[in-house]
Ligand binder design. Structure first.
Ligand SMILES: [Zn+2]
Length: 137
């Protein structure tokens, strides 16, 4: 089961998108926003240094606390691609990585949503290509 609700971070940023936050409905209350890319769960409360032990300071610097809960930029996986946060000069950016190519070049994206739209498109296209290939055989 999962639910789509309004993301408190996007709301705080003035967005009126009301279904970008996906709640997985598991015990840990895991959730990730498909608009801003931030994720949280029931354990992300308290001191950020305790939650993200051994994380670099610049990463901790872009985490956000909203409604007494910490939100961190999170990796998003699809079948073939991965979107990962990358901090460049203390600013949060995102990269797309092709999981099927070893040592593939990261493709930089300014926002999570840009990356999300691009991988949706690439997944759809590669799905169609596979379909055509199997039709021909
Ligand atoms: Zn969001």
């Amino acid at each position: 089961m999962f639910l789509e609700v309004q993301c408190p971070l996007c709301l705080e940023d003035g967005s009126d998108i009301d279904n970008s936050l996906i709640l997985l409905g598991d015990d840990q209350q895991n959730m990730q926003c498909t608009n801003c890319g931030f994720a949280s769960n029931s354990k992300y409360k308290g001191e950020i240094g305790d939650i993200l032990e051994n994380y670099p300071d610049d990463f901790i610097g872009v985490c956000r606390k909203v409604n007494d809960r910490w939100w961190i930029p999170a990796i998003y996986n699809t079948e073939k691609y991965m979107i990962a946060p990358k901090i460049v000069e203390d600013k949060l950016t995102w990269v797309i990585r092709d999981q099927s190519i070893l040592n593939a070049e990261d493709v930089s994206m300014p926002t999570f949503y840009d990356a999300y739209v691009v991988i949706q498109m690439m997944e759809t296209r590669s799905g169609q290509v596979q379909q055509q290939t199997s039709d021909n055989s």
